[in-house]
Design a protein around this ligand. Structure first.
Ligand SMILES: Nc1ncnc2c1ncn2[C@@H]1O[C@H](COP(=O)(O)OP(=O)(O)OP(=O)(O)O)[C@@H](O)[C@H]1O
Ligand SMILES: [Mg+2]
Length: 319
């Protein structure tokens, strides 16, 4: 099955992830894929950067930012800003109860300081934003530009972390809401009850979103993972390792994209030697990764930036 086959005849949104080591071409290939699907396949595409060090703007040569921006007909992009996501997240989740003078008096206000309880609240906040976009039914295709391997893997394992964390938080909140309500009943100066739709209900909704996201992310009918690598020995070994980890998480990688293959150039001894070595590594890749569809991308003289170059890459990969 090719990358494009996944969206044929599909009504539901499909998702694409590109993972790989730092600098192997994830952002460039994600951007080229987004452009290709939006322009050539005429699907409505959203590309989301979940890499805190965004470079999607550079790739498209358009300033994108933290809200969804239309780049072209059918092509939309957003760069999730973990800091901003965290701020919004805190405002939304921090129960009013935390500001309660009464709880402060009891020294209990800090109980809701979620920052102290999380494996990285900024990451979770970004993940929550990611879930919101992910479950947006407006797009035919959603493409994620992720951070280098380690971070992407952590991000994808967050549903498990969060599942237990959110579960605990919900239970704790329920207990405290009960206590606080009791206090309010007893003491006339207690604060008004929280509006519905905040606190527990929001957390419940998030838990539901996480469950749904987990199902989507491990469903090969809905989510398509590609591993990008360069034809070098160390890169092959590392890719093998991360493919195993991804497998443990139930993440079905389909395609391997070998990037930066040196084209033939008889006039350049250095290029010829380097190319020979790469061709050797390519043999190893084909032997090792038999389960995967293998795609290739040449090394270009130019950087992959701007619509024209992205279009060229798209044509090479999918044309
Ligand atoms: N096939 C190619 N030919 C020429 N330049 C390339 C090729 N692939 C990637 N590049 C260039 O290499 C640089 C790194 O690419 P890119 O930003 O896409 O990698 P990345 O995997 O997203 O990096 P990071 O891990 O830092 O997010 C960019 O300047 C890009 O233009
Ligand atoms: Mg990148």
């Amino acid at each position: 099955m090719g990358l494009g086959d996944l969206i044929k005849g599909k009504k539901d949104t499909v998702y694409y992830f590109f993972s790989g080591k730092g600098g192997v071409g994830k952002t460039s290939i994600a951007a080229a894929t987004a452009l290709w699907f939006s322009q050539k396949v005429k699907k409505k595409v959203l590309i989301i950067s979940i890499d805190p060090a965004h470079s999607l703007s550079d790739s498209f040569e358009i300033d994108i930012g933290g809200e969804v921006k239309k780049l072209k007909k059918n092509l939309f992009a957003v760069e999730i800003d973990p800091k901003k996501a965290m701020q919004e997240y805190k405002e939304r989740f921090m129960p009013k109860i935390e500001k309660s003078e009464f709880l402060k008096g009891l020294g209990l206000d800090g109980i809701f300081d979620m920052a102290g309880m999380t494996p990285g609240i900024d990451e979770i906040a970004a993940f929550d934003r990611f879930l919101q976009y992910m479950q947006n039914r407006d797009y035919d295709v959603i493409i994620f530009d992720t951070a280098p391997t380690g971070h992407a893997l952590r991000f994808l394992s967050l549903p498990d972390v969060l599942d237990s964390w959110v579960g605990k938080l919900i239970k704790m909140r329920m207990r405290f809401a009960g206590l606080a309500n009791l206090v309010k009943k007893v003491l006339p100066f207690g604060e008004p009850e929280e509006k519905p739709g905040t606190g527990t209900e929001q957390l419940d909704a998030m838990k539901r979103r996480i469950k749904e996201a987990k199902e989507i992310l491990s469903n090969p009918e809905k989510t398509y993972y590609s591993m990008i690598l360069i034809a070098e020995e160390l890169a092959i070994l590392e890719s093998e390792r991360s493919l195993n980890v991804l497998k443990e998480y139930g993440i079905p990688v389909k395609t391997i994209i070998v990037n930066e293959l040196i084209p033939e150039n008889p006039k350049c001894d250095f290029c010829t030697e380097k190319r020979k070595l790469q061709q050797e590594r390519m043999k190893t890749i084909i032997k090792k990764f038999t389960r995967f569809k293998i795609m290739k991308l040449p090394l270009y003289k130019e950087e992959i930036k701007g619509f024209d170059m992205l279009d060229r890459v798209g044509k090479e990969l999918y044309g």
